[in-house]
Design a binder for this molecule. Structure first.
Ligand SMILES: C[S@@+](CC[C@H](N)C(=O)[O-])C[C@H]1O[C@@H](n2cnc3c(N)ncnc32)[C@H](O)[C@@H]1O
Length: 406
């Protein structure tokens, strides 16, 4: 190995739930552990730090930064991730929030109208009764006037997924078996009301001033246009292209198809296609990365087309890395939390590839920490050949690559 790794038992946070406090508002695939974010902030922030997460997902890093009083910026290409993140990082006036919750609870009981959006294969994914119940809540959300619509929509989205026929514990859309479908009841109203109550309690318990972040979309665009100033990056990029690894878009699609016209996006399925790995023009310097090149050669011997997919993934990974490191001032710090996935049985040393890329972008590598990720919500197995049924081990460690701008 070129760059030294240091295993930290302390950072495994055994027994500390991944979703605690406001992180319970909505789950998201491959969430950062909030205590890891706290640790990195305590280690590397100074009192005037501004934090950037270029792949902010459900906003774990942004919430932890805000709770500690640091300003932050988050980028994510998935509008559903931004919705969750905004719901988690808003400062709520508890009286107004309680008023919103009481109002929507009473409206949905009285409402006789439904608003069911056009959803492809809707009957395959939802019973008629569930469609009507969700349609009623959606009607009230669209026509009511609420102080915190983002939180209400996030809670609604959770129920849309929960009450669909998709299997729990999967990020992709897989329908449950027919015998389970027969036993399913319409629990939309109960689940929605209960979730609102739970979240109200969570927000009451965590009633602490949060410095709310600013949210943006795509980090592979020129982010210099926003003139953001930050000196600490804490992020966890995707592990690979969404097609073969974590399908953030598919995970989000159940909520999105019911709230998308409320949050102004056109197609939920495009997200995974737009995620890192879509750019086809190869970035200058990409193939000078020796560790990446050696890995690609190994994969190429097994399967040339998979090695090209991996190449395209790291191509855009590098473009974004350069984009965000360019704006980092001297002595600024970047913490990239990555996983080393396998393709065709070959481990991709993303930590080493990231460290080599960071060095080429003018950073010196401070450390690579290694931690257990037994807590993380990830499928424990993936399909190495990309064929249904064939499984391989996925990652059980996470690597935190820390670089310092020279
Ligand atoms: C590992 S997840 C981040 C999870 C996040 N740390 C959390 O705790 O919820 C990676 C995220 O990168 C986002 N993403 C992929 N391509 C992107 C791009 N070009 N610009 C911004 N975000 C992108 C995905 O939508 C996904 O939410």
């Amino acid at each position: 190995m070129l760059y030294e790794q240091t295993y930290s038992k302390f950072l495994s946070f055994k027994g500390e739930p991944l979703r605690q406090g406001r992180q319970k508002i909505h789950p998201y695939p491959a969430m950062l552990h909030p205590l890891l974010v706290d640790y990195l902030i305590d280690q590397y922030a100074n009192k005037n730090s501004v934090i950037l997460d270029p792949f902010s997902g459900s906003g774990v890093s942004l919430l932890q930064s805000g709770l500690k009083g640091y300003p932050s910026y988050g980028f994510d290409i998935n509008p559903f991730a931004l919705l969750i993140s905004k719901a988690k990082t808003t400062n709520y006036d508890l009286e107004l929030l309680e008023k919103d919750i009481k109002e929507i609870q009473s409206e949905i009981k009285k409402c006789e109208k439904v608003d069911i959006p056009e959803i492809k294969n809707i009957d395959y994914w939802y019973s008629q009764s569930v469609q009507n119940s969700l349609g009623r809540i959606r009607y009230c959300l669209k026509h009511g006037s609420y102080h915190y619509p983002e939180l209400l929509k996030t809670c609604f989205a959770l129920v849309c997924r929960d009450q669909s026929y998709t299997r729990k514990g999967e990020f992709k859309r897989y329908r449950i078996k027919a015998d389970k479908i027969e036993k399913r009841k319409d629990e939309v109203m109960r689940r929605f009301c209960n979730h609102l109550e739970t979240i109200l309690e969570v927000i009451k318990e965590s009633d602490k001033e949060i410095l709310s972040p600013r949210h943006f979309f795509d980090t592979s665009e020129n982010i210099g246009q926003y003139h953001l100033e930050y000196d600490l990056i804490i992020t966890s990029p995707p592990y690979g292209d969404s097609h073969t690894t974590v399908a953030y878009g598919e995970f989000s699609s159940f909520g999105l198809e019911w709230v998308n016209d409320c949050i102004n996006i056109s197609s939920e399925y495009r997200i995974d296609k737009q995620s890192v790995g879509r750019k086809r023009s190869i970035a200058k310097g990409l193939l000078e990365n020796k560790i990446l090149n050696d890995t690609l050669e190994l994969i190429k011997h097994q399967d040339e087309s998979r090695s090209i997919e991996v190449l395209y993934f790291f191509n855009e990974y590098l473009i974004i890395l350069e984009n965000v490191l360019n704006q980092l001032p001297k002595n600024g710090i970047a913490c990239y939390v990555v996983g080393n996935r396998r393709v065709k049985g070959i481990e991709i040393p993303t930590d080493q590839i990231t460290a080599e890329m960071m060095e080429k972008c003018g950073m010196s590598i401070k450390e690579i920490l290694v931690r257990d990720i037994s807590n993380k919500v990830m499928p424990s197995k993936n399909s190495p050949s990309n064929r249904v049924g064939e499984k391989d081990k996925t990652m059980s460690f996470e690597y935190i690559v820390v670089g310092n701008k020279e």
